[in-house]
Design a protein around this ligand. Structure first.
Ligand SMILES: *Cc1c(COP(=O)(O)O)cnc(C)c1O
Length: 334
């Protein structure tokens, strides 16, 4: 059995999840008559405290739909340099929407400096793009962003008439870690994107939530991008199953990540960053050292990233025994 710590996206759908998918009642969701999709969208809208929800294939797509639905051509969104919506989505908003990103360095706690953000909002002047949107992320590299910060960001947006989007790919991890409801975490935002194919363990699927009007616009963009899916209820069934069975258990992933961080921090030559949710970052003295360790771990059936600041992610398919095996393998190798 391989122990795959590269990401929480590597989870296999469980037998019970596959059974629910096989039995799903489905229809044509482009016609709007897939009962499993309709039910899931209602459920997520209610859970997040928003008017409406829309499923899509990936978090990249729901983030893109959000930016395209908030901004027009020649408008700009404010974003973190290291946030997914800037760095990891192939520039989709600029390529497909003519929307200008204004990136900021991300602070060590995963936030943006709101004083600086405030100063970068452009005045109404034909020289400048029109600032329209602020995009934040929770969790960011496994860090939970404090709710007080989100509320301050909301006030900033209200002062300037901006919309506020959250990339909540791992928002359930933040919710479980802080024992805060998803609705409370979503409250400051006009729109939120949530992934079901990460810690929640579904094979595919993300949801975008917001006002009914906003979701209407997003749905048109989704169709244009080729993201309208037919019997998508098979995927919605897995997502619904994940909500029933894979939310509370995220606490185990967090305990496992903490144990992993503790175990590795005893090893000389490694600098381990403390884990808040399901991610542990291990810093090596050199890239070559990291690569060598990663290669030797692979020979023992343990898959990791190879970077000098190595990310290790816990998830559904990693149990406490696997964590002990990983710690002992690191100890032997290092
Ligand atoms: C994974 C991820 C996404 C979406 O990625 P997809 O693979 O397209 O679903 C968005 N934001 C963050 C922070 C992520 O980690």
């Amino acid at each position: 059995m391989m122990i795959d710590l590269r990401s929480d996206t590597v989870t296999q759908p469980t037998a019970a999840m596959r059974a629910v998918m096989a039995a799903a009642v489905v229809g044509d969701d482009v016609f709007g008559d897939d009962p499993s999709v309709i039910a899931l969208q209602h459920r997520v809208a209610e859970l997040t405290g928003k008017e409406a929800a829309l499923i899509a294939s990936s978090g990249t797509q729901t983030n893109l739909l959000a930016i395209l639905s908030h901004c027009q051509r020649g408008e700009e969104y404010l974003v973190g340099q290291e946030y997914h919506t800037y760095r990891y989505e192939a520039g989709g908003a600029a390529v497909l929407g003519g929307i200008v990103p204004q990136p900021f360095e991300v602070e060590s706690d995963g936030t943006l400096d709101l004083n600086l953000v405030d100063r970068r909002v452009k005045p109404d002047d034909p020289h400048f793009p029109i600032t329209r949107l602020l995009t934040l992320e929770n969790t960011h590299t496994g860090k939970v962003i404090p709710q007080s910060y989100m509320l301050a960001a909301r006030r900033l947006c209200d002062r300037h008439g901006l919309n506020l989007h959250l990339d909540g790919a791992r928002l359930f991890n933040a919710s479980v870690a802080t024992q805060t409801s998803i609705a409370d975490l979503c409250a400051p935002f006009d729109s939120v994107s949530i992934c079901f194919s990460k810690g929640l363990g579904a094979p595919i699927g993300s949801v975008l939530v917001g006002s009914a009007n906003f979701i209407q616009r997003a749905k048109r963009w989704r169709k244009m991008l080729g993201g309208g899916m037919r019997q998508a209820g098979i995927m919605a069934a897995a997502m619904s199953y994940a909500l029933d069975h894979h939310v509370a258990r995220l606490a185990e992933d967090h305990v496992n990540a903490q144990r992993l961080a503790e175990g590795l921090s005893d090893i000389e030559g490694l600098y381990v960053e403390p884990a808040q949710t399901n991610m542990v970052y291990v810093n090596f003295a050199s890239p070559e050292h990291a690569q060598r360790v990663s290669q030797q771990l692979m020979q023992q059936g343990i898959l990791t990233a190879t970077s000098q600041r190595m990310r290790l992610v816990t998830h559904l398919d990693i149990d406490a025994a696997a964590i002990e095996r990983v710690i002992s393998a690191f100890s032997t190798i290092c």
